[in-house]
Design a binder for this molecule. Structure first.
Ligand code: GLC
Length: 749
């Protein structure tokens, strides 16, 4: 056998080993030899048409009969948007009992922040800085959804968002990579469960990747992220979720640097599959395969189907590109049979691991009592309490129930059961929502006067005589403002982030009544509320708080619960500051708060004014920084110390600090650990979150706390395109937000 023949034989052997479906790296989804045996055994029986059928996902809903023939023929591998357990059982019955191989369907749904019991929107979940609580909520969602036959959720959404004009900032965990990663891990654990059983719902990490960097904050718009930005900021949360065992990922709509994600071999095949060893399922976003034609990336549906399978995408959501063209592409040799087999392995692996072959059906009767179970509602309330962020308090909060007899409740969000649920709450029934008005009336019968002032958040009005007159007679005014649910979420970007309609005018009018005013804002994004702050004594920010938002907010306002939420995104002074986020680079001329327009004399002529990176009219500081949030008590950090001054690259930094509750009420602080790499082969952010801890202290209590930071967490992709820790000097903060605290230094050798 000559040399060339030997090489060819070796290559064939390697290909055979690879083609037998054994993941070449440790399985990220946790497969087993038994699962793999079953995958191979089933795959060996399948025709090409049946294989391609598994790669086809169809949006259902409506009469099952519409799909019965395709199901029997094995042309559908997954459905989404069917939630009725009886109809889901019928879909499964046709597949299992009437198709040739009896392969059950994978039934998916956007269970984004709760199924029937709706939790705060994911941006609010992030504001809790409480992964354990978020995991609990995801578990509740799984118990409710799987009981109805939904075994796949298109969540968590981990798109880093630094532009609040982008409506989908509501659906993610905000601007920070570390917080986003911790939230994603928590949701994956919650959805999938500690072990595989009938309540396990496959997570789907989305949108892979970079979607939140849409130019101009306009949804679906192009992104231009460098590989270094992808690797240092946008990819790590996805990798963390994959390492947490996420079963599936979804490709994103955007083209990044000219390449739509659904056809992007680099991110899907090279990074996700090659570097991370992901052996779960990759699904397109809704028709994102077909949209590659609009992008101008592929000429027709056949071409974009080829591009998607070539990139490593397993399942086609609603383009019908795979079902229409893959067989022909394989027969023509344009697509290898092995590519189809690999995709089908990933799909069968998920179905087998979910136990769908053993238990394809649900007990319809048993599903109903699980929905909105008291324990679920209680978890939703606790989460809504922790997700609210107190941005201002001149002392008016917490209210004392003894001292306020007449309570004026006003504002378009005071009794908005649908809007309070926020975006992507398809299955949250507004009849179950408890609004602030309902909660207040229940708690203070006969003492609540309700005058909306505005019927909905976009309403314009010139005068507020009626509500102001009532305010004059009340002891306190509770104004509930914000955004209707439709104003954030997919395809709902905004160019103006002020409170819409005449909400600000309503607040100003209420202030003129001369009584204490407490404003609560329920929104899907950080709005620009600087002009509203003077018109209220306190402002509580509740990212659409969900089903139990009313009781949660009333508990916070009356002190039964103490605010502990922190901003997961930067709050801008004006939309013109976009993008403004805490973990920015220093630049060569960092802004340090100097001169603004107001300080410039008329006809000042040419001066060397400023010369730093800022805006003459608004400066470059935010209204509220990332990680900010007040309590009803106060906290002080002291004695921040490191166990050493120098660390090896494989060492661990041990930080100790004393946190004191210096106020008169018990409270919980989110202590945040930030670092800065002072000099790198490329410029590095001025701060990066590398840890946080929720610490509850009684009034007057002090506690010394220790946190650990593996030096490895300081690694980044540098000039040489390699991820590593670069020795040198670092600064470290432990503080209550991203703009506070004094640094301590250490060296990495
Ligand atoms: C939508 C969204 C995606 C969602 C999918 C299915 O267009 O982009 O997040 O999971 O379609 O509803």
């Amino acid at each position: 056998m000559n040399h060339r023949t030997r090489i060819l034989a070796l290559a064939a052997l390697l290909a055979l080993a690879a083609s037998c479906g054994q993941p070449q790296k440790p399985s990220t989804v946790g497969t087993t030899p038994e699962v793999e045996r079953r995958v191979e055994q089933l795959l060996s029986q399948m025709t090409l048409a049946e294989k391609v059928g598994q790669m086809n996902q169809v949006s259902a809903g409506g009469p099952v009969s519409n799909y019965a023939d395709a199901l029997r023929a094995g042309q559908i591998g997954s459905i989404l948007n069917e939630v009725d357990p009886g109809r889901i059982n019928e879909y499964q019955r046709i597949c299992v009992e009437e198709s040739r191989l009896g392969i059950p369907l994978l039934v998916g749904r956007d269970v984004i922040h709760g199924f029937h019991t709706v939790f705060p929107i994911p941006l609010g979940l992030a504001a809790t800085f409480d992964p354990a609580l978020v995991e609990e909520g995801a578990r509740v969602a799984s118990v409710e959804a799987t009981a109805q036959g939904i075994r796949w959720t298109f969540s968590p959404m981990l798109d880093i968002a630094r532009d609040p004009r982008w409506g989908r900032i509501a659906e993610g965990s905000g601007e920070d990579t570390w917080l986003d990663a911790r939230m994603g891990e928590a949701m994956v654990r919650g959805y999938q469960g500690a072990q595989w059983d009938a309540t396990s719902m496959a997570a789907c990490v989305k949108h892979f990747v970079g979607y939140g960097a849409a130019e101009g904050g306009r949804d679906y718009n192009s992104t231009f992220l460098t590989e270094r930005q992808l690797r240092n900021v946008y990819l790590p949360p996805f990798e963390a979720a994959v390492r947490a065992g996420a079963m599936t990922l979804m490709t994103s709509f955007n083209d990044n640097d000219g390449v739509p994600s659904t056809g992007n071999r680099f991110v899907v095949k090279d990074v996700l599959r090659g570097e991370w060893g992901f052996d779960g399922l990759v699904v397109t976003d809704w028709d994102s395969m077909g949209e590659m034609i609009a992008h101008g990336f592929g000429a027709d549906r056949k071409e974009v189907a080829r591009q998607a399978i070539d990139a490593g995408v397993d399942m086609d959501m609603m383009t019908y590109g795979y079902i229409s063209h893959l067989e022909e592409l394989v027969r023509s040799g344009a697509v290898k049979q092995s590519a189809i087999d690999d995709a089908v392995r990933n799909i069968l692996r998920v179905k087998i691991m979910l136990g769908l072959f053993e238990n394809p059906y649900v007990d319809v009767e048993a599903a109903a009592p699980l929905q909105y179970a008291p324990a679920h509602l209680e978890a939703a309330r606790r989460t809504a309490e922790e997700s609210a962020v107190l941005l201002k308090n001149d002392g008016v909060l917490p209210l004392s129930a003894d001292k306020v007899r007449t309570i004026l409740v006003t504002g378009p969000m005071a009794d908005a059961p649908h809007d309070q649920l926020g975006t992507w709450a398809f299955d949250g029934q507004k009849e179950h929502t408890v609004t602030p008005l309902q909660a207040l009336r229940e708690r203070f019968p006969g003492r609540v006067v309700y005058v909306p002032g505005l019927k909905y958040t976009r309403e314009h009005k010139d005068r507020f005589d009626e509500v102001v007159a009532v305010a004059r007679r009340a002891d306190v005014v509770l104004a509930f403002l914000g955004e209707e649910a439709i104003l954030s979420g997919e395809a709902h970007s905004l160019a103006d982030l002020n409170l819409m309609g005449s909400q600000s005018e309503l607040l100003a009018a209420l202030r003129s009544a001369g009584k204490p005013v407490v404003a609560t804002v329920m929104a899907g994004r950080p709005l620009t509320i600087e002009r509203d702050l003077p018109n209220c004594g306190a402002l509580l920010y509740a990212f659409h708080p969900g089903t139990m938002g009313g009781p949660a907010l009333v508990n916070l306002i009356f002190g039964d619960a103490t605010p502990s939420g922190k901003t997961p995104v930067t709050f801008l002074r004006t939309v013109g500051q976009v993008p403004l986020y805490y973990n920015h680079n220093m630049t060569g001329r960092p802004y340090n708060g100097e001169t603004l327009l107001a300080d410039i004399e008329p006809e000042a002529g040419q001066t060397s004014l400023g010369n730093t990176s800022y805006y003459l009219d608004y400066g470059a500081y935010p209204l509220f920084p990332f990680g900010y949030g007040l309590s009803y008590t106060s906290f002080a950090y002291s004695g921040i110390a490191l166990d050493k001054g120098e660390y090896p690259v494989d060492g661990t930094v041990k930080v100790s600090f004393t946190l004191s509750n210096t106020g008169s009420r018990d409270g919980t602080e989110v202590a945040q650990l930030y670092v800065r790499d002072l000099v790198g082969s490329v410029t590095r952010p001025v701060r990066e979150l590398k840890g946080f801890r929720r610490i509850s202290l009684r009034a007057g209590e002090s506690r010394t706390v220790e946190m650990e930071l593996p030096v490895a967490e300081l690694a980044f992709w540098g000039l040489d395109g390699v991820k590593k820790v670069e020795p040198g000097e670092f600064q470290l903060w432990v503080a209550g937000d991203s703009a506070s605290g004094e640094p301590v230094s250490f060296i990495v050798r």
